[in-house]
Ligand binder design. Structure first.
Ligand SMILES: [Zn+2]
Length: 79
């Protein structure tokens, strides 16, 4: 995460991303900015569904953290 947030001081980072809620929102933005294609068909169109991503085409839903280092951890996103 830090590398993505270049230019922010630690204080700014904490203020903007210090809570899991805002961290998650930032994370969603990052993942969507990087593209979150459907793992089933590669459909690039997806939507937010709570903490998950949904495919607009086949309605498959998957975890926002799947395919990342966060996928196998239950730690808070702020860790
Ligand atoms: Zn799909």
């Amino acid at each position: 995460m830090r590398a993505i947030m270049q230019g922010l001081t630690d204080a700014e980072f904490e203020r903007l991303y210090g809570t899991e809620g805002s961290c998650l929102a930032a994370w969603v933005k990052v993942r969507q900015g990087a593209g979150m294609p459907c793992p089933r068909r590669g459909n690039p169109k997806s939507y937010d569904y709570d903490r998950r991503i949904g495919c607009t085409r086949c309605d498959m839903r998957w975890s926002i953290t799947s395919g990342t280092v966060m996928a196998d951890t239950k730690l808070p996103l702020t860790t």
